[in-house]
Design a protein around this ligand. Structure first.
Ligand SMILES: [Zn+2]
Length: 145
């Protein structure tokens, strides 16, 4: 098996991390989200990739997975901010084809993100929460609480 060497800048440093990014597992957006969040000033963030991002919080069947990971991120890394990123053409929400256009699709995700926000806020009132949406050519902040 080949070995791949690298230098980890976090070696022998603390494990504090300010942010947790909740993103969809979709490979088409993940790398770009990582890059753009760093550009947006969120230099370090834990990442939790689950199908649908906001949908994983809204759906009873997946909510506990997110809450368990969030609990660990808060207690182990001391995160103070949750960044939730929904994306265009998300298969778990039925994809872009179920919407008349991109405006309607983004409006739908804006509502879902707010719904997810309410659920998290009720359990973690001290957590700062940022709602974001990424389409084919930009990542934008929808709201920050
Ligand atoms: Zn998705």
């Amino acid at each position: 098996m080949p070995t791949f060497g690298y230098v980890n800048p976090y070696r022998n440093k603390g494990v504090e991390c300010e942010n947790l990014a909740l993103v969809c597992m979709d490979f088409r957006f993940r790398k770009k989200i990582n890059e753009l969040l760093s550009q947006a000033g969120y230099r370090d963030f834990d990442i939790l990739a689950v199908p649908g991002a906001s949908k994983a919080i809204i759906d009873d069947s997946h909510r506990q997975i997110v809450l368990n990971a969030l609990k660990i991120a808060v207690s182990l890394h001391g995160i103070r901010r949750l960044i939730m990123v929904d994306h265009i053409d998300c298969g778990t929400y039925g994809g872009s084809s179920r919407f008349p256009g991109q405006v309607e699709e983004m409006a739908f995700h804006t509502e879902r993100l707010h719904e997810a926000y309410q659920i998290i806020k009720s359990q973690y009132p001290m957590l700062e929460i940022v709602l974001m949406y990424i389409d084919w050519d930009k990542l934008q902040e929808i709201a920050a609480f």
